[in-house]
Write a protein that binds this ligand. Sequence first.
Ligand code: 5AD
Ligand code: SF4
Length: 467
Amino acid sequence: MPQSFDVRLDDLTGSCPEPESGGSVIAAAAPGARTFYIETFGCQMNDHDSEKVAGVLLGRGYRQMESVDAAKLVLYNTCSIREKAAQKVFSRLGTFRKHPDHNKIIGVLGCVAQQEGEEIFERAPWVSLVCGSASYSKLPELIAQIEGGNRRVMGLDKDTDETFETEITRRDNPFRAYLTIIEGCDKSCSYCVVPFTRGPERNRASDSILQEVRKLADAGYSEIQLLGQTVNSYQDSSPKRMSFAELLVAVAGVKGIRRVRFTTSHPRDFGQDIVDALDAVPELCDHVHLPVQSGSTRILREMRRTYTREEYLEKIAMIRGARRAISLTSDIIVGFPGETEEDLADTISLLDAAQYDGVYAFQYSPRPNTDAQHMADAISEEEKGRRLALVQDHQREIQIRRNDALIGESFEVLADGASRKAGQWSGRSSSNRILNFSSPQPDLLGQYVQVRVTRAAPNSLVGEHVV
Ligand code: 5AD
Ligand code: SF4
């Protein structure tokens, strides 16, 4: 699980990764020439990128191993959104300094690769592959070079990957398929490395998306999660010029698809048409992840979020005005340079106004290649920690109240996890709430079942299968 978030409904938001259940084909054999191990850090986009990489390698005859020791090719798919996340990969790489294994090929993929480039070879000379996300379609070529004896290979293109999916994608979850519809980001939030690490925005054509959704439905997936850093900024690159809301409706209309999710939405591009689509089409999940980042208009301006507190709250009012109840989650950054006590109070009062069902709260982390990196009035780490705890404690209270109010309600849950304890299952509601529940029925995996909530915690719900 990722970085510094605490206040959340388990895995409710779209910005952070999730544990997956079942489905992956991981071998447990002795190290062989064509074996790989991949560890993923960061967001769902990274999870999905690792699925693409695994697909490419499996297609070339590699087998996936469950430990570093068992694999010849060891890949780290990295995240650099906050410094702590970026440091993780260097601590992983550090283990090879202590225990060098000259038979292994070590690769760094993703945002740290894109950010640090050649530097990685200097810091960790035992690394032979450095590859950013826009170059994954070139991986077969790069790996062939390594197999041919080249010990330092790089793929650091920024905007060349128009295919979105690699030839083969090996999906981890047998029920829910991630699908990238927009890559990169054209917004320029002053704190964020993503436009630098993932490059400019590239949109996938709607007909190609729909074709893939039909394939996924035929392969048995019933839930589709559309991915993009700013997923609702989608602009169809085909002559059909479908809007994002129209695309949602079209994806939901594919035979066999029962649930459609999308993350992450940017408030500026969130319009009434999306709410109308959610109201009209039951297959569209009733959850919106709409990161606010701060409740202070002054800080939002410094962050270059392109909306004010009031404009954000208007979007919330629009979502609350829907005929169906829509679960709302958000991301918040505390301790942005120059953030005053008053700004912090604005963020806390926004929590009251928004009534989120989950919040990922982070301490601001200065990142290379961002405008905020050298801003004046930095807040000390200790003070950031204090502010984070205030936000988290406040949100926890809100979630306790909101979740308590759900006791007695029933949700349709896709059972996608079994506990070791007999008769205990877990799954998600359309609103992306995690429910742990008991059932008298034997095998529920992959089934949609009604679950009545019997107990509530701040971050999860407990219930029983209504048979
Ligand atoms: N410091 C702290 N949090 C950040 N995020 C993005 N950049 C930073 C940073 N430099 C958070 C934002 C974003 C989430 C994915 O990570 O809240 O929505
Ligand atoms: Fe980063 Fe802002 Fe783009 Fe989100 S919208 S990925 S926070 S630059």
